[in-house]
Design a protein around this ligand. Structure first.
Ligand code: ADP
Ligand code: MG
Length: 261
């Protein structure tokens, strides 16, 4: 995720000149689902900033709004209130075409169930978003280095059914990164993997952030997975219930206390 030197990362903000804009910012997001007569407040006034080059985990009990938050951050769904800023750009006023292009060019998604297209090779799966964006040549260049980093270089001609779960998720990660997004959003990326393959995917996310400047937000219910992030944001009943710096001495105790409620 290296950017040209003229990339508008540095802006003048309330924090003063030169402060770095968040890669992704949620401002007072609320989301209601209507089921007949019943309304569910899935997200209630959630604000969150994700710095470029950082790794954030989102934890919380089932139904606390984690997937809803990730969908709103990724512009897959629109909030009832609030807005999402990507690289400082407010997405509130964008029409459908602009939303589609922003999602395609600036956001990478990784899903628990991989979501690869079964009758395409790994290579064609990875290149599809680049192709759709009209940047296949750029995608091919990036794929060469991504495939190396993600250790799938010798699996690119295989179809998904010919790959292990871990290999599928690493291919899906390459697909998420092929358009050089501002942020990668991952919803339980290790949820369908055995512990060894899951740890490989987590380590690759971590080294991508550390060595390649990726920005990652990952939903997980696994404290060990969350500890690989820089910070953990806890949701409860659709609200931010707290935050833990994973480098703090009491990080594991605080995770346990959030998870235990
Ligand atoms: P999590 O990912 O933390 O398990 P979700 O974001 O999926 O939570 O869900 C938050 C709340 O919103 C839950 O009460 C869930 O039942 C509800 N919800 C999620 N998606 C929908 C939907 N499409 N229609 C109705 N209710 C939904
Ligand atoms: Mg969920």
């Amino acid at each position: 995720m290296t950017r040209p030197p003229d990339s508008p990362r540095s802006t003048t903000t309330a924090d003063g000149p030169g402060a770095v804009a968040p890669a992704l910012e949620a401002v007072a997001l609320s989301k209601r689902y209507r089921l007949g007569e019943v309304q569910i407040l899935a997200l209630d006034d959630v604000s969150l900033q994700i710095a470029p080059g950082s790794f954030v985990a989102v934890m919380g009990p089932s139904g606390s709004g984690k997937s809803t938050l990730l969908h709103l951050l990724g512009l897959l769904d629109a909030p009832d209130e609030g807005t999402v800023l990507i690289d400082g750009q407010d997405t509130a006023g964008l029409d459908d075409d602009a939303l589609t292009a922003t999602r395609r060019d600036r956001i990478g998604f990784v899903f628990q169930t991989f979501e690869l297209i079964p009758n395409l090779s790994a290579r064609e799966n990875v290149l599809l978003p680049a192709e759709v964006a009209g940047r296949r040549a750029d995608g091919e260049r990036l794929l060469a280095s991504l495939a190396e980093h993600l250790d799938v270089a010798d699996r690119l001609e295989h179809r998904p059914a010919q790959l292990s779960g871990g290999q599928r998720q690493r291919v899906a990660l390459a697909r998420a990164l092929v358009n050089d997004p501002v942020v990668v959003l991952a919803d339980e990326p290790t949820g369908n993997l055995d512990s060894v393959s899951g740890q490989e995917v987590l380590d690759l996310l971590r080294s991508g952030v550390d060595d390649r400047g990726w920005t990652v937000a990952m939903v997980t219910h696994d404290p060990n997975a969350a500890m690989i992030a820089d910070r953990i944001v806890f949701l409860r009943d659709g609200r931010v219930a707290g935050e833990v710096d994973t480098r703090s001495d009491d990080a594991r105790e605080r995770i346990a206390s959030f998870a235990g409620v």
